[in-house]
Design a protein around this ligand. Structure first.
Ligand code: MTE
Ligand code: MO
Length: 325
């Protein structure tokens, strides 16, 4: 099931999918369109998601012509688009990296996001309505999976802080929790009923307001393919990739720290903060280096995935917190 590729540096094959391995240790696995280029102005962005009919296969992806924000330079080559769209983690569609074909079943149109919890007015908002109220831009971000591989991807989207402002949270809200789609009809992974579906993630309000926190609706200048989390997913590039929840259907504001999908499975390995740090090993492997997918290169991992100037100040004083696991 897992394709073995030769690399200059490797973690053992048994550890290539450690998130799956965490479950194996719990002895559960053995038991069981067409449109032309659209301007990225708020007025037109919504057209990306309305009236196109079927969602899914690569052929239906629509170009998005959003300006690139030059502030976010990756400092390394972009990952090949084919690699970034065929080597994925999306457990709702299966445990392997090759879920892109089964993910084509994801129905991302129509799509509604529920704004819930400690907000002025809880409500549901269609993605096209949401996109009328934001401006899209492109950002190249480094992506670092906890499994010690990495990519460099051009995302199209808007700051999470824009959504937070639209949601009008109460002053007492201190965390934001994201819930993602769990549709047993289209997601075969959900048959693995021992997982705590739906996949959820959470951040502090301060993290959500940080300018790096991004909600993406596209990659490589097109709408998101299903396997990358269509139609809308998080990107928190200073944190391990599992924090970047795909296919978000609900955003809840709360004063209780959310317990995420991975955290409830194995808190010691996939904690709440999960900030990238080369000096804090995963309990089962080093985090000092990362394989750059689609190449034979290995890079030295950087603290905060190299985004310290943007985010380090969020964490001053949090000495009692396990910030890096
Ligand atoms: N809903 C959902 N979101 C998810 C995951 C998942 O399994 N389900 N996997 C996470 C992990 S472990 C990683 S590394 C990234 C992978 O994103 P990519 O496939 O777009 O590179 O998505 C994250 N978001
Ligand atoms: Mo990951």
């Amino acid at each position: 099931m897992f394709i073995h590729r030769r690399r200059g540096w490797e973690i053992p094959e048994s550890k290539v999918t450690p998130e799956a391995a965490a479950l194996a240790r719990r002895a559960v696995l053995g038991g069981a369109a067409a449109a032309g280029v659209l301007a990225a102005s708020p007025a037109k962005a919504w057209k990306l998601f309305s009236g196109s009919g079927e969602a899914g296969p690569a052929a239906d992806l629509k170009p998005i012509n959003a300006p690139r924000n030059p502030k976010f330079e990756a400092g390394r080559a972009l990952t090949d688009e084919k690699e970034a769209t065929t080597y994925n983690n999306f457990y709702e569609f299966g445990l392997s990296k090759s879920i892109y074909e089964s993910a084509a079943a994801l129905k991302s149109d129509p799509w509604t996001i529920e704004i819930a919890g400690m907000v002025k007015t809880p409500r549901k908002i269609g993605i096209e309505d949401l996109l009328k109220q934001v401006s899209l831009e492109e950002r190249i971000y480094r992506h670092r999976c906890v499994e010690a591989w990495a990519m460099t991807v051009p995302w199209t989207g808007f700051q999470l802080s824009d959504l937070v402002k639209l949601a009008e949270p109460l002053g007492s809200a201190t965390y934001v929790q994201f819930t993602t789609l769990a549709d047993p009809k289209t997601m075969p992974g959900l048959r693995q009923s021992w997982y705590p579906w739906p996949y959820t993630e959470g951040v502090t309000m301060a993290e959500a307001m940080n300018e790096l926190a991004f909600l993406s609706v596209g990659i490589y200048g097109k709408t998101l393919p299903p396997q990358n989390g269509a139609p809308i997913r998080l990107n928190l590039p200073w944190k391990y990739g599992f924090k970047s929840a795909k296919s978000i259907i609900r955003v809840e504001f709360t004063d209780q720290r959310p317990v995420s999908f991975w955290q409830s499975l194995q808190d010691s390995e996939y904690g709440f903060w999960a900030n990238v740090n080369p000096d804090v090993p995963h309990p089962r492997w080093s985090q000092a280096q990362e394989r750059l997918i689609g190449t034979s290169a290995v890079a030295q991992t950087q603290i905060w995935n190299g985004y310290g100037p943007f985010v380090a100040s969020l964490y001053t004083g949090l000495t009692k917190e396990r910030l890096f696991a």
